[in-house]
Ligand binder design. Sequence first.
Ligand code: 13P
Ligand code: SF4
Length: 309
Amino acid sequence: MENLKAQILRLKKEKNAVILAHYYQQPDIQEVADYVGDSLGLSQEAEKVHADIIVFAGVHFMAETAKLLNPKKKVLLPDLKAGCSLADSCPPDIFKKFVEAHPNHVVITYVNCSAEIKALSHLVCTSSNAEKIVNSVPENIPIIFAPDKNLGNYINQKTGRQMLLWDGSCVVHEAFSLDKLIALHKEHPNAAIIAHPESEPHILETARYIGSTSGMIDYVKQSPRTEFIVATEAGILYKMQEEVPDKILIPAPAMEDNTCACSECAYMKLNTLRKLYDCLVNETPEITVPKAVAEKAIVPIQRMLELSK
Ligand code: 13P
Ligand code: SF4
């Protein structure tokens, strides 16, 4: 009897499917993926896919972005309930009213949002290119930035802009404990703290490097330091450790009431190897986007990809 991984690899070939996975996915899923990356890398990869089926091992907004880029292909998500607290924090009907109340603003949305929200946007960005995308808008034009207030606040600081921020956030990146982080750093004074910009300002203030998941991996690879405290979802440690087997990587500690000692995204972890296998066998759950929404939502994504070349 073939094991699950071997069966997935066989099915992938038989069905001309490709598996795209985010760094926060479980290691066994990353191991069967054709490409593992951050949101920007995954969108860029999705744009190039020649396979008939894309299995997206990530969360709903990521698979939806892949579908928008490949409307004729079948895009599958192992568990349709794999959502995102940031995407949930921006309901389209309320956001539409907010945008209408600020008619002279350019609307930039972080890719962690639904297709309906992207359809209301002029530009989309990821944590890799947010600064570049914001800087592409002339300085005299006011900007609405949604849904992540922490990323928005960080980009405001970096660019000197005063973008109007939507009040959304990521539960995973707001679970870090500053007190525990400071105590941990005292135990490891030579460790560099690195953080994802979805983290709160008091966490970002402690960080030597702030960047996307890919940015954090690159930083750890090129840094002469040998010890790092990593403030993002703990799943990143698998790929990061593979890249720097001789360095010490410590996950940033979460607050007392968190479900685990570090911080894990319960949505990302809904995908399992078994669900990935079932989804390849049954070619379901499939991602669909209404045509009218898709036609509008693809425009700011394509603008972003063009600006990121
Ligand atoms: P990255 O694009 O940096 O991988 O971030 C995705 C995400 O969901 C972070 O929580
Ligand atoms: Fe969404 Fe946060 Fe999970 Fe990323 S870590 S997918 S932003 S809930």
